[in-house]
Ligand binder design. Sequence first.
Ligand SMILES: [Zn+2]
Length: 229
Amino acid sequence: MDVYGPDAPAPTMTTRCTTPACGSFIHPTENRGLSLREAAALQTFPHDYRWHGNYQSVERQIGNAVPVWMAEALGSAIIRLLSEEKRMIRANDLEAAATLTRQRMQAVGRRDTAAELALRRRLHARGYRYRVDASLPMIPRRRADLLFPRRRVAVFVDGCFWHSCAEHGSVPVANQEWWVRKLTKIQERDRDTESRLLASGWRYLRVWEHEDMDAATLRVVQLLSECGP
Ligand SMILES: [Zn+2]
């Protein structure tokens, strides 16, 4: 039960999950907080799970835990994607397998999204406004991660794997030839996008997901200042 609203769904477990004064949980019918075992049960730990450490440590472990059932659901989704992917590679449906690989990488890491968010936060804090994941007006089916339409500037935040970063890019060992073609095609498309942007009077900037985002922000700000107030 959530102490802030008895009939509302309780928020996520906290590290002080058995301490009513600090957390949001009390026993639904008795006048007391939850026991450690009850808190662990809400986090879907098995009843015979053995904890180590003192009371506060165990309370913290429970509060910080990813619920066991949620972790199981995530794990089995990844296993399903992996076996689906292997089946497609065997069936030579490599395009579909690549789509699955991408989904899996995004589900597990979402690193380029993290880099994008970091860049967006910094630009937003400096007062810049932009369109996110916007289609490029002059190039069908191509998008930019950030678009500044009035200044005619497109910014791309490139993932190290998909855009073959010199430091972190790699080619998967399985189906290597196919991957080389695939990754080369992405690079060619990037270069094509760039030349078409320039030909239409636009400017662009590419940021690697591994870059220091403060430095990357300064590069974007510099370009924007050259392209209008
Ligand atoms: Zn990189």
